[in-house]
Design a protein around this ligand. Structure first.
Ligand code: GLN
Length: 308
């Protein structure tokens, strides 16, 4: 099979790029092995191909956001979710407050303010913090096709320095976007970000979206195709934060990055892609993962708008 060989080739071609820095605002992430590098592709038919450090787990971080968004739409319905969180690009960094004039909604669910609001709305009005965390862990495990777990050390490390997210959660409660205690919501959101995944977990999760909501390896229908469509659209609009337009024009694969160095991408009807490398560029996206996606897009003609 030519695919695994090709993935190894991509890794080898990019391995020497050691530019960028590991995230340092979460102390535990600053200690990650910076040389790790892995790629995985899962097809919408359910075949997975991996290369590099594909056994290594890392925390999902912001890549949790599109999948938690899927969960909250399933739990509360799209119109309820849209009343609280918009779908416009913010053009700003991941940790900007970015509330819309007039409605005070966070601009989209991919920035932290929107993702904290998503987490706060999970399950239902009377939900406890533990129920919200269980909800995302259960859903992400079904999307990945195996039981996932939480890295309690990364969680504790991030929660200890979470003043910025806490201040945003207080603003969200002031504007009645979330109802529960801001500490409880940020604690749950931070646990959501501390779920451990491999690149193959990410590619399987994305392949479920690509496959219209049916997990292609287990065959389980996890969400309506309309929800998968909504999630992929928002990834295209806002997944790469202030680099979203540059990303969509150059790479053309709806994607989401995380500060631990993960990157997930999805091509409708075709594949889910996962990449991992801890050093980040100035937008906070994994440097080598980004380059790997650029290669895949060019070499395999994966740009969403490439004429076939
Ligand atoms: N847990 C991180 C935060 O809230 C996620 C950010 C990211 O991955 N970009 O700051």
């Amino acid at each position: 099979n030519p695919i695994p060989d090709y993935l190894h080739e991509v890794l080898d071609a990019l391995r020497d790029d050691t530019s960028g820095e590991r995230a340092s605002y979460i102390p535990e992430l600053a200690d990650a092995d910076p040389d790790k590098f892995a790629l995985a592709v899962t097809t919408a038919m359910g075949s997975t191909y991996t290369a590099g450090d594909a056994q290594d787990e890392f925390t999902i971080q912001s890549i949790s956001k599109p999948f938690a968004y899927a969960a909250v739409i399933m739990d509360r319905g799209l119109s309820h979710v849209l009343e609280h969180i918009g779908v416009e690009p913010s053009g700003e960094a991941f940790n900007e407050l970015s509330l819309e004039d007039g409605t005070n909604r966070p601009k989209n669910p991919m920035i932290n303010a929107g993702a904290i609001a998503v987490h706060g709305l999970l399950v239902g009005e009377e939900a406890t913090g533990a129920q919200r965390v269980d909800r995302v862990l259960e859903l992400f495990s079904r999307l990945a096709g195996r039981q996932l777990s939480i890295d309690e050390e990364v969680f504790a490390s991030e929660l200890g320095t979470a003043d910025h997210n806490l201040s945003m959660a207080h603003m969200l409660r002031k504007h009645k976007i979330i109802a529960d205690d801001p500490h409880e919501v940020v604690s749950g959101y931070t646990r959501q970000c501390s779920i451990l995944v491999t690149v193959a977990d990410l590619s399987a999760m994305a392949a479920t979206l690509a496959n219209g909501g049916v997990q292609p390896c287990t065959g389980e229908r996890i969400m309506d195709s309309a929800i998968a469509q909504q999630v992929m659209s928002v990834m295209a609009v806002a997944g790469m934060y202030d680099g979203a337009g540059d990303w969509l024009t150059r790479v053309g694969i709806p994607a989401k990055s995380g500060v631990a160095g993960g990157l997930v991408g999805v091509l409708p009807d075709q594949v889910g892609i996962g990449a991992f490398s801890p050093r980040l560029d100035s937008h906070g996206n994994s440097q080598r993962s980004r380059l790997a996606f650029e290669r895949l897009s060019t070499d395999m003609g994966m740009h969403l708008f490439a004429p076939s």
